[in-house]
Design a protein around this ligand. Structure first.
Ligand code: CU
Length: 450
């Protein structure tokens, strides 16, 4: 009797949970209502079968419970019953699978009016490429990928010259325009997922799988990787912003074509040095850093990283948090760099400054720090040298007090919580593993030994 009651309660709780649970689909933002329909259908078919079978079980347990002197009548074959069960099961299975085939046929059939965008996945970031005016994506080659050509563009393919390169995990799309997403992975399997869009697809190295959809609701949605792709898989986040055509075009115009990247003049070190005069007041004449002024060492840090931080400070993506008093001192300084050229020049100058090791100011348990650092090295490198392709900066040779402060900032969401700071957000998610201040000191002390 207790078992029968247990099963009955289980059925009731399951049904209630299904209807009352907050873990349901996100609101739909693309024309893929048919996906929801197929999932709903599966729920209905399996749900009805689940309820009927369990209630049948309850009935059998009650009706044929053990009674003294009563023996069960054994009847192994019933052709009529088997026939009925076969027919009903077949109808159920067909109802679940047939609509799926119909939806899948639509998934693989890209409409003629779809525009194209390439989605590039790598451990653990997203970037994007639009084909430009000719509508054709230029050819790429893994062997050409480097810090100046992260997309691996082939300079000899004319179709690539007008491609628009989005080195940022945030993608914008115009509302109501169908897009074919051509998917490319630089390293391992990833999966491009925007829950509100419903279609999702694997990225397979060496192949170009695709998916298509038409965004129908303006808004900002998360891009997630739904393929286990290494230690930071859960932190491989991006964003897609669906907006009006005009806003989309304005956004797209802020990114360079490949031809514009190629035609950039080489940086002017003398102009950069002149620009750096303001900076030296805090960061030191040789970019060596100044603890009294809380300004970190810049010499020796990767130019690609310095550049991104300057852009972030300039656009309020870093240093905007009310609690970030040091970032607030730096933010107006980045605004002094009026344009791309000024930025490129000062970054080139900082890269030319002599590299040397700053004095250690923090001590801790380096053995414990080493254990913690085993996770960090996947992005920052075994020597803390920084890895540009992971977007993770150099940590060795940077002032330890500055590293400790940044880690505290990440932990408390002072840095990395701006909506558009997706690289910072990744580091913020990573900083959760540093349980307390002692853990911060230990890992920084270990970085000092590198
Ligand atoms: Cu991934």
């Amino acid at each position: 009797m207790a078992v029968a009651l247990g099963i009955l309660v289980l059925v009731i709780i399951t049904v209630l949970f299904h209807f009352l649970s907050p873990w349901w689909f996100t609101p739909l933002a693309a024309d893929w209502a048919s996906m929801d329909l197929t999932v709903d259908l599966t729920f209905w078919v399996t749900g009805v079968v689940f309820i009927i079978l369990n209630l049948f079980l309850v009935w059998v347990i009650v009706k044929y419970r053990h009674r003294k002197g009563v023996r069960a009548h054994y009847e192994p074959e019933s052709h009529r019953l088997e026939w009925w069960l076969t027919v009903i099961t077949s109808i159920g299975v067909i109802a679940m699978l047939a609509p799926g085939l119909w939806v899948w046929a639509r998934v693989v059939d890209v409409p003629d009016d779809a525009a194209e965008v390439e989605v590039i996945g790598q451990q653990w970031h997203w970037s994007f490429r639009f084909p430009g005016e000719d509508g054709v994506l230029g050819q790429t080659d893994v062997f050409l990928m480097n810090v100046d050509n992260p997309f691996g563009m082939r300079p000899d393919d004319p179709a690539g010259r007008d491609d628009i390169l989005i080195s940022n995990p945030e993608l914008h799309l115009p509302i109501g325009q169908s897009y074919k997403f051509v998917l490319r992975s630089k390293d391992v399997l990833h999966n491009f997922t925007v829950p509100q869009f419903r279609v999702k697809m694997d990225l397979v190295p060496g192949m170009t799988p695709y998916a298509w959809l038409k965004p129908t609701v303006a808004g900002r949605y998360d891009i997630m990787c739904e393929e286990l792709c290494g230690i930071a898989h859960y932190a491989m986040r991006g964003a897609v912003v669906v907006e009006e055509q005009a806003a989309f075009e304005d956004w797209l115009a802020t990114y360079p074509t490949y031809a514009q990247v190629l035609d950039r003049p080489p940086p002017d070190l003398a102009a950069g040095q002149a620009q750096y005069a303001v900076c030296s007041a805090c960061h030191g004449a040789q970019g060596e850093g100044n603890e009294m002024l809380n300004a970190p060492r810049l010499a020796g840090q990767g130019g690609w990283y310095l550049r991104r931080q300057l852009e972030n400070f300039k656009h309020g993506i870093r240093g905007g948090d009310a609690r970030d008093s040091f970032g607030a001192q730096m933010a107006p300084m980045a605004a002094v760099l009026a344009d791309d050229v000024a930025m490129a020049n000062v970054v080139a100058y900082m890269e030319s400054l002599p590299d040397s090791d700053p004095p250690d100011t923090i001590s801790g348990d380096t053995a414990r720090g080493e254990v913690i650092y085993r996770t960090c090295l996947s992005c920052h490198g075994a020597e803390g040298q920084g890895i540009w392709s992971q977007n993770a900066p150099r940590l060795n040779g940077i002032n330890d007090w500055y590293l400790a402060r940044q880690l505290e900032n990440y932990r408390q969401g002072i840095r990395g919580s701006h909506l558009q700071d997706l690289y910072g957000k990744q580091m913020s998610l990573m900083s959760i593993m540093l349980r307390d201040e002692q853990a911060v000191r230990d890992v920084v002390a270990y970085i000092n030994t590198l």
